[in-house]
Design a binder for this molecule. Structure first.
Ligand SMILES: Nc1nc2c(ncn2[C@@H]2O[C@H](COP(=O)(O)OP(=O)(O)OP(=O)(O)O)[C@@H](O)[C@H]2O)c(=O)[nH]1
Ligand SMILES: [Mg+2]
Length: 470
């Protein structure tokens, strides 16, 4: 353990120390709170990759009485060379007493060899009374870096900089609530500058982090591709006696179909959240719309927001040869499709295709007969926009989660009412290739083709890694 670089996160109470630990260690179990004095004892939080600790972070209680502590030390200091010993004296004198409890606790990991990450709140101006704690940290002689965090919108960085520069060899801006992978990596790179002896350990940690990130991206593409393939091919078979109509079972079937789609989507969401180590995330997202069968074709929905535009769908329909017009159901009929309030605004043959693409559910299909009845298949979901909406929802969720700082505790809202899903911005060739895969998967729901799924995974990986959309 001694070879693992260790950093104690130090600062005044309530300045975001625990938030920084939580974000860097990707640990959403770290206790963070708006009231001062939340962290009372030191606690280790390992940064782990594949079960192996690569860096150790130590959350500490905040300084409470730094000026008085420094006063005690100054009375005993004889020269710069004696300062670390004076801090050790201070620690030994008070560690088992009721005095300077927080100061002794936070000094424990530092005197044990940890590097110092000193956190200040850049949204409040620098004041002289911070000098005492910075001086104590300097006296310890440990390598140290300052992080300017902002708890609020004001920016007093200019007042902090000249002071911090005198006490810390590296000074960085750091937003504890907007920490992305690249920010973590940059910070770990800065750790290298603090102490020559830590370089090999930090370099190794950075190497592991990079490969872990790549692994997560690949795994995410796999999870999303699996989900898309399952959702696009899902179907139910139901046995109907000769006197029964599929309509008799409609409410039950609709719920079953919808529940399955929702659960499958939720399962992939959870897998992604776990992969990115969000274990207690509360999220809010508009539910996947209930598929409506047949005449409920014009049901209000979020579908027009996400996914592709009707024009893009039409283009793809022509390109992929998807029988859009052919999906018109006899029960509804072309004329009823074009009637109604919105019907009048639509012109030409394209309009039939447009409306038929809005249908959610597929139509019954007799798969076999048995004595006294028939087996009817419901699904797969035929709506042309369905795969694109699923894709958009999955990508919006993915991009939110992979960049979501573990220090944030509020419920996350994924906005699927927005019309800015990534699918519309995909390059046309890419869209066409995806449309082909979606269409082939749906045509063969009983036997998901592995080659299609692998290609889907590759495309998703490129979208995820390079955010290839406008
Ligand atoms: N807006 C914003 N709030 C933050 C940021 N960092 C911390 N906070 C909030 O500030 C409060 C204190 O954060 P903590 O991380 O618990 O601070 P601490 O320094 O560990 O506090 P103690 O353990 O009490 O000393 C919490 O309400 C955090 O949500 C930030 O970068 N931006
Ligand atoms: Mg804390």
């Amino acid at each position: 353990m001694k070879d693992i670089p260790q950093f104690a996160v130090i600062g005044r109470v309530n300045k975001g120390k625990s938030s920084i630990v939580s974000a860097l260690a990707e640990d959403d179990a770290v206790v963070i709170d708006g009231s001062a004095g939340t962290t009372l004892v030191c606690q280790d939080f390992p940064v782990k990759v594949d079960g192996r600790t690569i860096i150790k972070l130590i959350d500490t209680p905040g300084f409470q009485q730094a000026p008085r502590a420094l006063g005690w030390m100054k009375e005993r200091e004889t020269s710069a060379a004696s300062r670390r010993d004076v801090v050790i004296d201070f620690y030994n004198t008070f560690k088992d007493t009721e005095e300077f409890i927080d100061e002794c606790r936070l000094l424990t990991p530092i005197l044990d060899g940890a590097g110092i990450l000193y956190v200040v709140d850049g949204a409040k101006p620098f004041r002289r009374n911070f000098e005492a704690e910075m001086e104590i940290l300097r006296w310890t002689g440990q390598p140290r870096m300052a992080l300017i965090n902002h708890i609020g919108n004001d920016d007093y960085t200019k007042t902090w900089r000249p002071a911090l520069d005198q006490y810390f060899s590296v000074v960085r801006q750091f937003n504890a609530q907007k920490v992305r992978f690249s920010d973590r990596l940059e910070l770990f790179q800065a750790f290298r500058e603090l102490n020559e002896a830590w370089r090999p350990g930090v370099d190794e940690a950075i190497k592991y982090l990079n490969s872990e990130w790549k692994r997560r991206e690949r795994e995410s593409a796999h999870i999303i591709a699996d989900m898309l393939a399952d959702e696009l091919t899902y179907h139910i078979e139901i046995g109907l006696a000769r006197h029964e109509q599929i309509q008799d079972h409609r409410p039950g079937l609709e719920s079953k179909f919808h529940d399955w789609l929702r659960k499958r989507e939720r399962k992939s969401r959870q897998a992604i959240e776990q992969l990115y180590r969000h274990n207690s995330l509360e999220s809010e997202e508009t539910d996947l719309d209930k598929p409506v069968f047949q005449e409920d074709l014009f049901a209000e929905s979020t579908w027009e927001m996400l996914g592709l535009t009707s024009k893009q769908l039409l283009t793809l329909g022509a390109i992929t040869g998807a029988a859009i017009g052919g999906t018109l159901d006899a029960a509804v009929g072309g004329s009823s499709l074009l009637s109604g309030a919105i019907g009048g605004a639509i012109i030409g043959a394209g309009s039939v295709a447009y409306f038929s693409t809005r249908r959610f559910a597929s139509i019954e299909h007799v798969s076999r007969f048995f004595k006294g009845g028939r087996v009817v298949r419901v699904g797969p979901h035929k709506n042309q926009n369905f795969p694109w909406v699923l894709l958009d929802r999955a990508l919006l969720h993915y991009f939110t989660i992979c960049d979501y700082a573990h220090s944030r505790r509020e419920k996350i809202i994924i906005n699927s009412h927005d019309d800015t899903g990534p699918a519309k911005g995909l390059e046309q060739g890419r869209r066409r290739e995806l449309a082909g895969i979606f269409s082939r998967l749906r045509k063969n729901p009983d036997n998901i083709n592995d080659t299609e799924k692998i290609r889907l995974e590759e495309i998703l990986l490129e979208i995820i890694c390079y955010r290839q959309y406008t």
